[in-house]
Design a protein around this ligand. Structure first.
Ligand SMILES: Nc1ncnc2c1ncn2[C@@H]1O[C@H](COP(=O)(O)OP(=O)(O)OP(=O)(O)O)[C@@H](O)[C@H]1O
Ligand SMILES: [Mg+2]
Length: 218
């Protein structure tokens, strides 16, 4: 299973990813936890540039997809081929939301790069944690100094949030829109339920064992 988490800042992605990975570990389900931009040695260097340095929007988009190409080919696909779950913090939806919605880049261009780098390769499930922008930024602020993206305007994040909402609507098979304002434990339950209910043909489905209940139980 290839599972991605997305959404604007502070929605609870990292919190929920950690909870899911803990559960996978308890269940002895092999997995890797990774993130974008990043996930490879080269990708983490690119991430550092992206978060720390001013650059034009096209450069930003191209660097993100360069990191993504490396990540898919050298980390994600090999892990899936070994039967491991891949849990990824942000993926291509973030490029539409931040570079498309936020920066105003043409969606058709982003689509071209996605076609080039991914072809038909898509996450099995994507959890989009939706939260009002102000609340998410307040939460994220607690972590310390803001990075380049966290210094963007409210309008930037509001545009990004709207794109996430649109993506969730346009891709109901793959995306699950989750209200990030709910209690952590409610969200966790919703995510586990969705994973158990996921019936797309998937070679990793056997990991649920005798059905969803075995995955949900502590
Ligand atoms: N459901 C929730 N209710 C209240 N607080 C939460 C909830 N989920 C996470 N938090 C808190 O909000 C803060 C941000 O959460 P987290 O780091 O998981 O978000 P994130 O989506 O990964 O953020 P970023 O986009 O900045 O990486 C943390 O302090 C976390 O403990
Ligand atoms: Mg995070």
């Amino acid at each position: 299973m290839f599972i991605t988490f997305d959404g604007t800042e502070g929605g609870g992605k990292t919190t929920q990813i950690n909870a899911l990975c803990q559960r996978l570990q308890q269940k002895n389900i092999p997995f890797i936890q990774t993130r974008e931009p990043g996930g490879t040695a080269l990708g983490e260097q690119i991430r550092h540039w992206l978060l720390s340095q001013a650059m034009c929007s096209d450069t930003e988009l191209l660097l993100i997809f360069a990191a993504r190409a490396e990540h898919i080919e050298t980390v994600i696909k090999p892990a899936l081929a070994k039967g491991e779950w891949v849990i990824c913090d942000r993926f291509t939806d973030a490029s539409y939301a931040y570079q498309g919605g936020g920066r105003g880049l043409d969606f058709a261009r982003i689509q071209k790069l996605a076609d080039w780098v991914q072809g038909d390769f898509q996450p099995h499930l994507t959890f989009i944690l939706d939260i009002p922008v102000e609340l998410g930024l307040q939460r994220a602020k607690k972590r310390g100094l803001p990075d380049k993206f966290e210094q963007e305007t409210l309008a930037f994040f509001q545009r990004a949030r709207q794109v996430y909402l649109d993506l969730a609507k346009q891709n109901p098979q793959r995306c699950r829109l989750i209200d990030g304002c709910r209690a952590e434990s409610d969200i966790r339950r919703q995510i586990f339920d969705a994973l158990c209910a996921h019936d797309a043909p998937c070679q990793f489905g056997h990991a649920f064992g005798g059905g969803g209940d075995s995955f949900l139980s502590e």
